[in-house]
Design a protein around this ligand. Sequence first.
Ligand code: UTP
Length: 288
Amino acid sequence: MTAVQDALLVAGGLGTRMLPTSASVPKEALPLVDIPALLHLAREAVAAGAKRLHIISSPRKDLSALLGDHAWLLERRPELDPQMLSPFEDVEVHVHIQHEPLGLGNAIQCALEPISGPFLVLLGDNILLNEHTAPTSFTPSNASRQLVEHFNEHGLPCAGLLQVNPSDVSSYGVVRIEGHRILEICEKPAVQDAPSNLVMCGRYVFTSDAKSLLLTYDVETYGELQSIALQQHWMNNDGLHGVELSGYQWYDSGKPLPWLQAQVDHALRREDLREGFRSWLENRLADD
Ligand code: UTP
């Protein structure tokens, strides 16, 4: 089976829900305390074995500071983990421009021309962490690696899944599974119509037939549901697997409240911040 060597970091959306900040700082470049989301994702993809990173950006976004040379940062802050700072150094980096934000399927299509094998997809505003480390001794997330290992074992496209509160399902792609096999995908269902509280959490391994299938399930017909149509095709044919990523915290920089919650949750779990932040927070809450 062909190895997963390409990873798509998808960052072509408008970030409307994070305006006005996202007009000047792409939400994919917003930090989790002090590490930009895109650095987390790039290190996660490299840790999963990616040799080529494809950044899908938009004409309005400037990600050059993130992708550029980080040597000067180490001169100023030599204690920072050089691998965390420079995930782009030992891999090929391709930047693809999605000219209009026509949805995930269309964003993926923008990058597929040079790709011939299976590939990872990481939503640029979704961080999944199983370890909470400082930028001085950084450990990348294992989420993409778990998906790649699953793909290597089964050879089928797969999607990362997490459980959410049943009352929150309407914001997500919700699935029904049997074993690993996804039997149903409901995009943003009403709470009472959701088949479960297991939802897709922004990590996928897709197979190379995505290139031709996305021409069949075209954006003109399927719009933002193009990527769902693609996955439903696999589901109804050779199979689409779900990989439960239990034990991960899921952080989203696409909306103000989840972004704020992410900062607080991560700080409370990070050894270098936990004590000072907790005592400040306890005092602050006692004042209310
Ligand atoms: P979202 O739907 O959360 O991002 O997509 P958005 O469209 O930017 O959000 P709003 O609705 O305007 O606030 C999740 C990820 O997929 C990327 C986004 O950049 C984000 O990282 N995306 C989304 C694309 O690359 N292209 C698109 O057309 C849509």
